[in-house]
Structures are given as C-alpha cells and as structure tokens.
Design a protein around this ligand. Sequence first.
Ligand SMILES: Nc1nc2c(c(=O)[nH]1)N[C@H]1C(S)=C(S)[C@@H](COP(=O)(O)O)O[C@H]1N2
Ligand SMILES: [Mo]
Length: 403
Amino acid sequence: MITRRHLLGTAGASAALALTGNTFAEAAGAGLTPGVPPGLGTVATMEALPGKKPLIKLSYRPPNYESPLEVFRTPITPNDEFFVRYHLADIPEVDAKTYKIKIGGDGANSPIELTLDDLKKLPAFEVVAVNQCSGNRRGLSNPHVVGVEWGYGAMGCARWKGARLKDVLEKAGLKKETIEVAFDGADGPAVDKTPDFIKSIPVWKAIEDSTLIAYEMNGQPLPHWNGFPARIVVPGWTGTYWMKHVVTINALTKPQGGFWMIPAYRVPVGKFPLRDRFISQENATSTPITEMVVNSLITSHRDGAKVNPGKVAVSGMAWDGGYGISSVQVSTDGGKTWSAAKLGQDLGRFAFRPWSFDFTAKKGKNTVMVNAINKLGQSQTPELIFNPAGYHNNVMQNITLNA
Ligand SMILES: Nc1nc2c(c(=O)[nH]1)N[C@H]1C(S)=C(S)[C@@H](COP(=O)(O)O)O[C@H]1N2
Ligand SMILES: [Mo]
C-alpha cells in the first residue's frame, strides 16, 4: 500500500476531515483545524488500494475512497480510478471458479444456482451508466450531517456488460405476486453489531431491460473493489442498490426488512422532484432513495484555479436519473444571464454527458456557474435541499477562476 500526502482543492478537502472518525487528534494529524470547514489547499490522503491508482481515502475499514476531480474529464471512468464504497469491512476475495449466485425467495417458483460461466452463457447486454453514491457531496452539507464526508468524487461512469436480471429471474420462475427483488453480497460485517448489507428494489425496476447482473466493466472483468466477479447494475438509481459480489438474489412477496432498507438510505417524502416510486417500502414520512437527481460538475478547473485573461474553455460532465440531459446552462455573471454549453458525445441516457463552454476571462476574479437540465425539464438547485442523511446534493457549482 502506497501512502502519500497530496495537495488538493475542494474535492479532497472534505475527505481530509473524514479520516477515520474525524476525532480531534486525527483532524489535527491531517493538518486541519478541528471544527473548521476545510478550504482550498487542505491536505488529504491519497492512497492506492491493490490494483487501483491513488484515490482520496476517507476510511480503510470499511474501504471508502473517492476519485479526484481530474478523473471526470472523460465520460468513461477508468476501472483503476473508479471510486470504492463499502459498508462492511470484511471483504473476501471471491474465487470465480467456485462462485455461485443463488436465486430464490418466496417469489420464485423454481430456485436456481448460477455459476459465472452460466451467467456468461445467457444473452449479454451492455449499458453505459453512472454509479453515484447517494451521499456524494455529503461533506459539503451545511449544517454537517453524519456519514462519510464525500467530496465530489463518489461516482463514476462505466460501460457495464452482463446478463439481464429479468432473464435470470424468469429462469427462477418469477411469481406474479413478487413485489421486490433483494440482493446480498459476499462481504460481511466487521463487528457483529453491523447488520449485513441487504438491499431490495421494486420488481418493476428489477425487470427493466437495463437492469443487469454485470461481470464486465469497460471491457474488463470487474475490479475486486467494484464487485468481482459480478454485481447488480441499476441504471438511473443511486449506487446503494448496485450490490457487489452478489451471491443471493431473492424474489419477495413481502417487503425486505433490515437496517439498510429502513432507516438507512431514505429521503423525506416530497422533498425532491423524484418520479420513480418504491411503494412497498414507503411510509408517511420517508421513502427509499430512488433515481439520481439531475446534476453536473465542472471538471476542467478547480475552484480558485489560475487562468490567463482572454479565452477560457470550461468543461465538465452532466447526468441524471436516466431521462437524459437536454441542456447545460452556464453563467459567468453570477447567475444574471445564462448561455447554453456545447454538449459532447451521447453515450446513452444513463451516462455522463460531456459539456464545454468558452468565455472571455477578465483580469481578476471570474465566476462560473453551471446548471444542467434534463429532458423532463428538471434542473439543479441553487441552494441545498437539506435532509438528515445528506443525499441528493445537486447544488449548482459556482467556482472562481483568477485571471
Ligand atoms: N456487497 C456490497 N455491495 C455494495 C455496497 C456494499 O457495502 N457491499 N455498497 C453499495 C453502495 S452504498 C455504493 S455507493 C456502491 C459503490 O460502488 P463501487 O464501490 O463500485 O464504486 O456499491 C454498492 N454495493
Ligand atoms: Mo452509497
């Protein structure tokens, strides 16, 4: 394991504060003043997990590492720079030769077991899709909330290849009474107190054509840290449902229980402009998190970057929960006027959509604000929609460039 200290901008700043527990001593050790929000130029730890390039370390047990901003300059995130998020610290190396997925549950008429070879013999499908943690940007929440203090990099976009979950469920004789499909992975709790990580999705989402049991990521086997040998891919929905090292798939006629379904990974009812429903898990006050909200990121420059006066090319990525990006609007006058950015290659409605915008920087401070709009007409928010878990942060960025 290589450890090195690295000077980072805002993306890594919040990461530094979240170093394993954020105690006074640790914060002080990270060169930060405890209790003071991290600013530009704070020190974060860059560390490479085996097989990965150095990523911003938030914790080692369980492993939580985010990608630095520069990784998002291309719409496909390389496997060795893709973020890593786990709830449980005991992550076994899964042997592909003996690996099996059990598909059953009370909603399955004829439970089956599939090896990796069995899975690869089924018709293969590909989708380019963003995997973003529900809590991406949580570290920017004001007031602060409990949880991993991610900066901007708890996300990535890859080309996923695998079998359709629908085809596998059909093989197991999916009953029409099924309301949810639940997943469990090979990883286990570090201490007995941590409940096993089990997640379900509504059956309508499970049988969508784009929902896969993926065994390839960008043309390669999945990296260990991203779910080798196979993971669930739920395009449009936040990363929590994308079960890694999936070993159990249960069709259920009753709602899945457990800590990770309730109280975890929920948003207050009516707070966000969401379309997708998870009715069997809803209650009067909260609903499981579903699709990602429309969002964008400036990736060409960090906040506070130096530029030369004159023409400056700003660029980045935009994405949403699968409706597709219709436009990206940029303002260089503090939000008074907005102009359309140029959109780049369309890799599909679930993918990062590149955008770029040229403007003339004047000597001194220049601001750049960006707002993505999806095909439903939804846009990013000017202010944080506060929620206790710090989910769905899609506040428009407003960065300063010094010319
Ligand atoms: N087995 C397993 N799968 C998991 C998790 C986990 O803790 N264990 N975390 C989920 C969460 S919350 C996220 S955001 C994504 C992160 O995917 P990645 O680590 O490949 O980037 O994995 C999901 N799948
Ligand atoms: Mo997550």
